[in-house]
Design a protein around this ligand. Structure first.
Ligand SMILES: Nc1ncnc2c1ncn2[C@@H]1O[C@H](COP(=O)(O)OP(=O)(O)OP(=O)(O)O)[C@@H](O)[C@H]1O
Length: 374
């Protein structure tokens, strides 16, 4: 409770936070513990680029929130500062077609966006490789959250172009790091045979952190983000325990921030268990929020229809979706598959008397939690 009984509130300049920015999603942590083995493997694959050769292609896999993006950001950051290697990280959740991927690469290399009027893919690609050859530069491209390229059927074309760049444009040296957090997706298996024959990546796996590792990682965040004494050891342990339920470090980071805000709301200068438990109701859904944020309007509309028809047969859901959007069955099926692969929707098959097998659709999360975030 407040130390100031007259006030009952913290004054504007009082806060439990030393630096709230360290809890934001785009914050790159200064210390990156428990990923030494993975960083070593990635360095090994990227090292040829420093010597002017094509780096080894690499595939990073691991569940959400296990440090994959951070590892790439750290190493690409070092390469950018200490060497002549060009590095580009593409977020495929945002840029989910081949054209969008190459536009992003173009933008990094030329430091301006390709013309909005649109130039052909061939031209875009040609300008990128010409520039690389002209500047005698090696390019490392990370396709982060590459699973989104698969959902849009754009993965094979994108990879093919990147991997064969040196054949199409002599002297171009490009290496690819693909990053996938969808463990049910067999990246290699899902690629066309023409891509499989040229894509034999080094594999680096990021397992979920155990509770002790989570404590270490979050302790560092607490130290930087809160004033000393605000979060005690038992509270940190509780946050780590809740984080370990999903293994996604983002849950813990979000939980710390929300618990801090909750403590401030009740005019407390310390974070207590009640703040953590209250905050967890929201924080446990960070992954859901992230998945929904990446959806198009149409995809979101279908999620809303499924929320209204939770557990209903696919045919009935389609009727609702068609009424809402006017879209046909093919597009509907594609979106259902994407939502299924993303883990937002569960599909189940059941035998219906006299009608054979029928598919039913339900949300993989609490319906209200989904509705609140649409
Ligand atoms: N070892 C670590 N030390 C400090 N912070 C970490 C560590 N691992 C992850 N984080 C933090 O956790 C958050 C999620 O990490 P990151 O984005 O790298 O995960 P990811 O595996 O790429 O997730 P996704 O597959 O969902 O994209 C980031 O805010 C990052 O700063």
């Amino acid at each position: 409770m407040s130390d100031d009984p007259d006030e009952g509130m913290l004054s504007w300049d009082e806060s439990v936070f030393r630096d709230e920015h360290v809890f934001e999603i785009d914050y790159v942590p200064e210390t990156f513990e428990h990923r030494e083995t993975q960083l070593e493997s990635l360095k090994y694959a990227l090292r040829p680029a420093v010597r002017g050769s094509r780096p080894l292609n690499t595939m990073i896999r691991g569940p959400p929130g296990t440090g994959k993006t951070t590892a790439v950001q750290k190493l690409f950051g070092e390469l950018g500062v200490q060497t002549d290697v060009r590095t580009v990280r593409v977020n495929c959740q945002v840029d989910s077609t081949r054209y969008a991927v190459f536009s992003r690469v173009f933008e990094h290399i030329f430091e301006y966006e390709p013309p909005a009027s649109g130039i052909s893919f061939k031209k875009l690609f040609g300008q990128i490789t010409d520039r690389l050859v002209e500047d005698d530069e090696v390019l490392a491209v990370a396709l982060d959250d590459v699973n989104y390229l698969f959902y849009e059927n754009e993965a094979s074309d994108s990879l093919y172009s990147l991997l064969r760049a040196h054949e199409a444009h002599s002297g171009a040296r490009i290496g690819v790091v693909v990053v996938s957090s969808d463990l049910s997706l067999d990246v290699i298996d899902e690629l066309d045979a023409r891509v499989q024959s040229v894509f034999r990546p080094e594999e680096v796996y990021f397992p979920v952190y155990d509770v002790d590792e989570i404590v270490d990682i979050l302790r560092e965040r607490v130290k930087r983000g809160f004033h000393s004494g605000v979060v005690g050891a038992p509270e940190l342990d509780r946050v780590a325990e809740l984080t370990a339920e999903s293994g996604d470090i983002r849950v813990g980071i979000d939980l710390l921030r929300r618990a801090g805000l909750h403590a401030e709301m009740r005019a407390s200068r310390t974070v207590e268990t009640e703040d953590i438990e209250a905050a967890y109701e929201k924080s446990k859904h960070v992954h859901l929020s992230r998945s929904l944020r990446g959806l198009s309007d149409r995809e979101r509309e279908l999620v809303a229809v499924i929320a209204d028809h939770d557990g209903d047969r696919a045919g009935e859901v389609y009727e609702g979706f068609h009424e809402e959007t006017g879209l046909g069955y093919t597009r509907y099926s594609e979106i259902v598959n994407k939502l299924d692969q993303l883990g937002v929707v569960d599909t189940a098959y059941a035998d219906v008397e006299g009608r054979g097998r029928s598919r039913s659709l339900s949300l993989a999360y609490d319906v209200d939690a989904v509705r609140e975030r649409l």
